[in-house]
Design a protein. Structure first.
Length: 163
């Protein structure tokens, strides 16, 4: 009988090549899977802002009797890192009804091109008070991903475009 002395198995170099290929595939798949999640951050912030604009407009149109005040204007005041929902004809920093919405750490308003940095909705009609066609945009910027979205608000108080 002949005895077989050959050993079967993998060499160290073969194992290192396989582990290297798997590591590269893992890193690529991890990077691709995180990118949509990061882009979602700016999209969700813009969606919340658009919903808050619509809610403030609805409150102006309906009078929002739940707050005890009927027939008053509502609006949103913009700062670099947040926006403030308020009641009244203009933003008052000491207003008791003010509600601040903080943006995520990587998000800012890189450009606030609105009259007095605010959008105020008229009582009853809900139109944009002091609307100026040249001053009707807000740009949200995500510094982590170098992405930005522009919201343009028309004279009816509707978010017209998201870029």
């Amino acid at each position: 009988m002949k005895r077989n002395n050959s050993h079967t198995g993998f060499t160290l170099i073969e194992m290192m090549v396989v582990v290297g290929v798997l590591l590269v595939l893992f890193l690529l798949s991890n990077n691709v899977s995180l990118r949509p999640q990061q882009a979602t951050s700016i999209s969700s912030a813009v969606d919340v802002l658009a919903a808050d604009l619509a809610a403030q407009q609805t409150s102006s149109m309906s009078g929002n009797e739940s707050s005890g005040t009927v027939n008053t204007s509502y609006g949103i005041y913009f700062q670099t890192d947040r926006y403030i929902l308020f009641r009244g004809a203009s933003y008052a920093p000491a207003g008791t009804d003010n509600f601040a919405v903080q943006l995520a750490n990587t998000l800012t308003f890189s450009s606030i091109n609105l009259p007095n940095n605010q959008v105020v909705f008229a009582t009853g009609s809900g139109t944009f008070v002091n609307y100026d066609q040249a001053n009707n945009t807000v740009v949200v910027y995500d510094s982590a991903n170098n992405l930005s979205k522009t919201l343009r608000i028309n004279s009816y108080g509707v978010v017209e475009s998201l870029q």
